[in-house]
Ligand binder design. Structure first.
Ligand code: TA6
Length: 295
């Protein structure tokens, strides 16, 4: 997506403005270190492009910016659960309108913070008070931190993910290292399997890796770079590519869209919500992902 081409609604500073794509307001950051976009709908990073480099983030050409459909691509915030252990799938945070809390800039980069708190719609799905902050630090690298606070007077449980879609030149030529050797295979009835740490994909994949290395690398000979993913606060890392059949079944992904994306997700995995992480009243938790690229 060409963030520069979107109509500006408000200029907030020299490098931060609010722009619009269809029904979606986007915080656009244009800094000498990088350009980035964060949609208020979903608190969703949709682009991070270090200056002079290709975007690290993949966004579907047919993503729906209608303000009601989860955005296909970017970094969906899956919370208060990951996957289908509750309804809606991947929780409600990705379909809520977040607010811009603050933006700070310096020569080093820009930090944008979005917020989301309980409202009648979230309470009808999940009856707890909470506060989420999404801190997006944009510089030569991108750091996204989901800060989760229990604002209720009783404990609650959660799982979740920063469901990052990475942009690759050609999935068939891309190699991943650091996912580890053990995974739960969502395509084989959640069977626990052992496999190679180094992966080059030739088909659909949907795996929850239970012992990922601190740094995961994505070697991309076509875009001539290696993306490094460093997650914190997670207990697993998910690897997903729907391949051609999956792409064809999705209205918001072009048939060939799978060829240029790979999801590597910073994930708090739990088989059901009650076995997720417990937060006592007033307690806070952080789930993070940090993305960087080297030539
Ligand atoms: O993280 C992998 C996954 O849970 C897959 O099973 C796949 O369905 C994907 O997320 C996308 O989910 P979505 O609800 O965005 O279509």
């Amino acid at each position: 997506m060409d963030l520069h081409a979107l109509p500006t609604l408000t200029n907030l500073s020299n490098c931060v403005s609010i722009v619009e794509q269809e029904n979606t307001k986007i915080v656009r950051v244009i800094h000498e270190k990088a350009t980035a976009g964060i949609a208020l709908y979903g608190g969703h990073v949709i682009s991070f492009q270090p200056s002079g480099k290709a975007d690290l983030i993949w966004m579907s050409d047919s993503a729906k910016f209608d303000g009601t459909t989860p955005l296909r691509g970017g970094i969906p915030v899956c919370w208060p659960w990951f996957a289908r252990i509750g309804s809606p799938s991947h929780g409600f945070a990705r379909t809520q309108e977040w607010t811009l809390v603050e933006h700070r800039e310096s020569e080093a980069g820009v930090i944008v913070t979005l917020g989301l708190t309980a409202n009648p719609e979230t309470l009808s799905i999940w009856p707890y008070q909470f506060s989420l902050k999404l801190h997006v630090a944009i510089s030569d690298t991108l750091e996204v931190t989901l800060e989760i606070t229990n604002e209720d007077d009783r404990a609650w449980h959660f799982s979740g993910a920063l469901h990052t879609y990475l942009n690759v030149g050609d999935i068939r030529q891309t190699t991943t290292t650091g996912m580890g050797n053990e995974y739960i295979d969502s395509l084989q009835n959640n069977q626990v399997c052992q496999g190679d740490d180094e992966l080059q994909l030739t088909d659909t994949i949907d795996r929850i890796y239970t012992k990922p290395a601190p740094q995961i690398h994505l070697h991309d000979p076509v875009l001539k770079r290696t993306i490094q993913v460093e997650n914190t606060g997670h207990n697993c890392a998910v690897l997903w590519n729907p391949w051609s059949q999956g792409a064809q079944s999705m209205a918001d992904m072009n048939d060939e869209g799978y060829q240029t994306m790979l999801c590597i997700e910073s994930t708090v995995h739990a088989p059901c919500i009650s076995t997720g992480i417990t937060l006592q009243p007033g307690e806070q938790y952080q789930l993070k992902t940090h993305l960087s690229a080297t030539d």
